[in-house]
Design a protein around this ligand. Structure first.
Ligand code: MSP
Length: 522
């Protein structure tokens, strides 16, 4: 049996247009899923949509649509987007799937029967967009502490989840283990939410009906976050007739999300799982926000960049590359601008990577009729370069294990920069003029080809078309030469491969022209 790896994105609200922010988490999870598959893991990658709740019901009403009809269109769109970005998910869950709804009802009933959910009355400050109740002290300047919007004093009958009962265990989980990362988020959760005391959580609503009904009290709809968080186990068949996937893949290895929903994933979700007596996920990893003009990119603020337009114009690998390097690894925010996007593509992918591939392939054609030579004599400069190629696989895999995409890609691009410098230092065109230097020239060209092969192999979790384009140009066909373990290994089989000049991998973009076009399109 191979080792398993279960990774999830948040399930997204289908409430408007999909934007580059949603793509960020999904592409990151995709890179991790691909990386783990390349390492031989049996990967389950889950994504989906969170379709219930008052907000969605209201949006649908505004458009004169039934909620289900309204969300169906948006679900079709997001599936198109994931196809376009070649997202390799195993399952797409919708909270309106009948299997999910049935499982949520069973979960709610189980918790009720156990006494961890009980009925009472709630009076508090209600934030409609967040569907959350707050106490007076939790409010920030009289507004919702999560989204900053207006709250209303509301009173209703409600079911409550005994969150307070799990306070100590949750605190221990956050402070004594590596459950939540980056670590900088732990203090925030502990100081803002746990230490002030966890209140029992209102987990049903009577003010609207677009949601999963409490099975034994159908005036109540199950709180959207209980419904949503459960997706991570219902997708695997928890409580259904077939729990095989649940047995195989639970607990999740990584729940990935942005910082605004850490509280739900690192406090409420573990407490629910504790109440259900289920194993806890191994890691909750929270990244920062992709900002656009200084604001979180979001539908409600209207500052969204349309990923369909970007992929259409620049290709999926350019967009994936941009996203995977867009945010710093420490969980802080990053800003999208069209200019930064075009410049990054030109600098890293056109000038550095693309240039290296075309120069090397051209020299191999020119000096060795396109057949990659076997290395012969080498000097210190060659050895230094060889050492760098050899060490990169461990660096990149280590960074990926730590979920540090931007740093992992930075290492790869550094190696391509280093390779371009190696060309300038070894001046193959000078070596080629001197028959006595032929032996060294073979070494130089071989090393360059190996560096490119290694780069392409290591890019496989991140980019879709580029590694194959590079393998094609290098004439690499053998599976052994594209395996992740082979990166930096200088396999003898590389010598003898016949290179073939292909199309330019990334065409150069004219900055001014692109900015003008994008301002018309976005
Ligand atoms: N439905 C809830 C999640 C339930 S999970 C059990 C939700 N949905 S959402 O549509 O608002 O998606 C939020 C998530 O989308 C973020 O946590 C993040 O993963 C991703 N992002 C949305 N906008 C983003 C940015 N501007 N930047 C980075 N990530 C963004 O919350």
């Amino acid at each position: 049996m191979s080792k398993k790896y279960y990774i999830t994105t948040p399930i997204y609200y289908p409430s408007g247009n999909w934007h580059l922010g949603h793509c960020y988490t999904t592409v990151c999870c995709d890179a991790l899923a691909r990386f783990k598959r390349l390492q031989g893991y049996d990967v389950y990658y889950l994504t989906g949509t969170d379709e219930h709740g008052q907000k969605i019901q209201e949006r649908a009403r505004q458009q004169n649509m039934e909620p289900k009809e309204f969300v169906n269109g948006l679900v079709d769109d997001i599936k198109k987007l994931w196809k376009l970005l070649d997202i390799s998910y195993t399952k797409f869950i919708r909270t309106t799937d009948p299997e999910h709804e049935a499982a949520v009802q069973k979960i709610f009933t189980k918790l009720y029967e156990k006494g961890d959910i009980y009925k009472s009355t709630y009076e508090g400050w209600y934030c409609t967009p967040c569907e959350s109740y707050w106490t007076q002290t939790q409010l920030k300047d009289g507004n919702c502490p999560d989204c900053g919007r207006e709250v209303k004093l509301t009173k209703e009958d409600s079911y409550f989840f005994r969150l307070s009962k799990y306070q100590d265990r949750v605190e221990e989980l956050l402070t004594k283990t590596d459950f939540l990362e980056p670590k900088s988020r732990v203090n925030e959760m502990v100081n803002n939410f746990i230490r002030p005391g966890l209140n029992d959580l209102s987990v049903s609503r009577t003010s609207f009906d677009w949601g999963v009904k409490v099975p034994f009290d159908p005036d109540h709809v199950i709180y959207v976050w209980i419904d949503a968080l459960s997706n991570y186990i219902t997708a695997l068949g928890y409580t259904s007739d077939n729990e095989q996937d649940f047995e195989t893949y639970w607990p999740a290895d990584t729940h990935m999300m942005a910082k605004e929903i850490i509280r739900f994933h690192s406090i409420i979700w573990p407490a629910i799982l504790m109440a259900l007596e289920l194993p806890l996920p191994k890691k909750v990893f929270a990244h920062g926000w992709l900002l656009f003009g200084g604001d979180k990119m979001s539908k409600s603020k209207g500052n969204v960049v349309d990923p369909f337009i970007l992929v259409d114009r620049y290709g999926l690998d350019a967009v994936r590359y941009y996203l995977l390097t867009a945010l710093p690894a420490d969980g802080t925010d990053g800003t999208y601008t069209n200019e930064a996007f075009i410049k990054k593509i030109n600098t890293d992918l056109v000038n550095t990577l693309g240039n290296l591939v075309s120069r090397t392939v051209a020299m191999t054609e020119q000096y060795f009729d396109g057949v990659i030579p076997s290395p012969e004599i080498k000097d210190e400069l060659d050895q230094d370069f060889i050492n760098e190629i050899k060490s990169i696989r461990d660096k990149v895999t280590d960074l990926l294990e730590k979920i540090q995409f931007s740093k992992a890609l930075e290492e790869i691009i550094l190696l391509t920069e280093r390779a371009n410098k190696y060309i300038d230092q070894t001046t193959p065109w000078v070596l080629a003029k001197d028959p006595d230097k032929k032996s060294r020239l073979k070494t130089v060209i071989y090393n360059l080809c190996e560096s490119i092969r290694t780069v392409a192999v290591l890019l496989r979790p991140f980019l879709i078309q580029t590694p194959n384009k590079i393998f094609e140009q290098l004439g690499v066909k053998d599976d052994e030469l594209i395996a992740i373990e082979s990166a930096g290994q200088f396999p003898p089989k590389l010598a003898g491969c016949k290179v073939k000049k292909g199309e330019i991998i990334f065409p150069r973009l004219k900055l001014e022209q692109e900015l003008e076009e994008l301002s018309k399109l976005c």
